[in-house]
Ligand binder design. Structure first.
Ligand code: ATP
Ligand code: MG
Length: 442
């Protein structure tokens, strides 16, 4: 008999159906047994005899023939999408047996520490709250794509193996590449920029790699980067406008498509003012000093406390969870950064912060070949390290800019997760590549 999905049972009262799924929960009253069966569309209550259902274990996979019955009024479960019906079990085949569960999956929120949860990652994916995280993430990524495709951007696949690290070498993984040294890409930056010189507007969704030597709650060693780059810009504001459009689009899609998931986390999308506020780094540092007495006014970057403080300021003073911070120090940024002609010490380099943390970096890039070449030398790079990049700009390039958002950070801060590892299906860090590395050491 053809499989009926759990969600469709509500329209099949009086019919005999075949359901396939996992035993989510079981209440055994010996003669009569209640099972909640789970498939990808939800849960449904099954009622059957002890003889038929009694030996079932949690997470066993079954094919079950049963009669769809309307529940009496007072037995309706408003918490369950299928709460108006239940299935009277008629016949059962166990397709696969589950081992005994190492963690209690019946809790509304899994009550295990994160390392344990990650030790049982494959199992944890079966929990509704864990599934909700990745549903939201899938919508974030889909919305990123949709927003840019609607603006005529072309998607490209950025390479992961690179032959040099002209963006700075401190956080890079080395790869044995036959007789050569290669690296894992920290960012598709150079590729997306050079592609604009042919395609004008490009974006990519791909993994980037950072050998982050510290264990923070917001750093992974493998990240899903949402990158966009485009040219024929008249000013850096066009880059900000595009990023703001994309971020608003993402929030709208998440609101429309993930209401249930947001509710599970008691989460709302970030507060937005009519336009995202923008503030220069030095002005932000002055405000932080005024507000807290902490003097970071000569620092080259915002420390985590500073990011939190400037977000608090934006919320209080501008009614926005989001804030752009611009004008980082030119010399502290990669060679392609575009200095502000009004004060070349600072650059059109712009971070987007939200809910206390950096979500993205972007800005305008140099497009003039001679200026790029000059910086390559000034930054102490070898021309051959950036040969392909130089080639792109040697043959003519309009003014360009772009931005990169971290998919895990967005997911984490939309849902209010405590650790970015929760927002990665398979988080990698210093201690873990699927399993705890201490357990695999020779
Ligand atoms: P941070 O200062 O927070 O370490 P970054 O400035 O090194 O970030 P960028 O190189 O600007 O990061 O990368 C662009 C975006 O990619 C970041 O704003 C963030 O959303 C995401 N990202 C970068 N590195 C990581 C990481 N190690 N783990 C998770 N997300 C990251
Ligand atoms: Mg950054």
């Amino acid at each position: 008999m053809e499989r009926t999905l759990v969600k469709d049972t509500i329209n099949k009262v009086g019919q005999t159906v075949t359901l396939k799924g996992w035993v989510n929960t079981k209440r055994d009253h010996s003669k009569i047994v209640f099972v909640d069966l789970r498939d990808r569309t939800g849960l449904i209550q099954i009622v059957g005899t002890g003889e038929l259902l009694g030996s079932l274990k949690l997470e066993d996979v079954v094919s079950l023939k049963g009669l769809v019955k309307a529940r009496p009024e007072k037995m309706i479960n408003p918490e369950l999408a299928t709460g108006t019906v239940e299935i009277e079990a008629l016949d059962l085949t166990v397709l696969s047996h589950s081992a005994e569960l190492p963690i209690d999956m019946s809790k509304e929120t899994l009550e295990v520490e994160l390392p344990t949860l990650l030790d049982y990652r494959a199992l944890s994916f079966r929990h509704p709250k864990i599934q909700a995280i990745f549903k939201v993430q899938a919508v974030v990524i889909d919305a990123f794509r949709k927003a840019l495709m609607a603006k005529d951007f072309l998607e490209f696949q950025a390479p992961s193996i690179i032959n040099a690290v002209p963006e700075g070498g401190s956080e890079v993984f080395k790869v044995d590449y036959f007789d050569h040294q290669a690296y894992l890409s920290q960012s598709p930056q150079l590729y997306k920029s050079l592609l604009t010189t042919a395609f004008e507007r490009v974006f990519s969704v791909n993994q980037i790699f950072r050998a982050e030597p510290s264990a923070t709650t917001r750093h992974l060693t493998e990240v899903t980067s949402l990158d966009a780059e485009f040219n024929f810009i008249d000013s850096v504001e066009e880059v900000l406008d595009m990023e703001e459009y994309v971020v608003r689009f993402i929030f709208k899609e998440v609101e429309e498509r993930c209401a249930k998931e947001l509710a599970l986390f008691d989460a709302t999308t970030p507060l937005m003012s009519e336009k995202f506020p923008i503030i220069k780094l030095r002005d932000a540092q002055e405000i932080i000093f005024q507000r807290t007495g902490r003097d970071c006014r000569t620092e080259k970057d915002l420390a985590p406390d500073d990011e939190r403080e400037i977000c608090a300021w934006a919320k209080e003073e501008k009614g926005s969870d989001l804030v752009f911070v611009s004008h980082f120090l030119t010399k502290k940024k990669p060679f392609y950064v575009y200095p502000d002609p009004a004060n070349p010490e600072y650059a059109f380099s712009i971070d987007l912060l939200c809910r206390g943390v950096e979500w993205s970096s972007g800005g305008q890039r140099l497009h003039d070949y001679e200026s790029i070449l000059k910086n390559v030398h000034e930054w102490g790079l070898k021309e051959e390290e950036v040969a392909l990049y130089l080639q792109a700009f040697k043959f003519g390039s309009p003014p360009l800019g772009g931005f990169a958002l971290g998919a895990e950070r967005i997911t984490m801060y939309i849902l209010g997760l405590k650790n970015v590892r929760e927002a990665s299906m398979f988080p990698r860090d210093m201690e873990r590549i699927d399993v705890r590395l201490s357990t695999t050491k020779q």
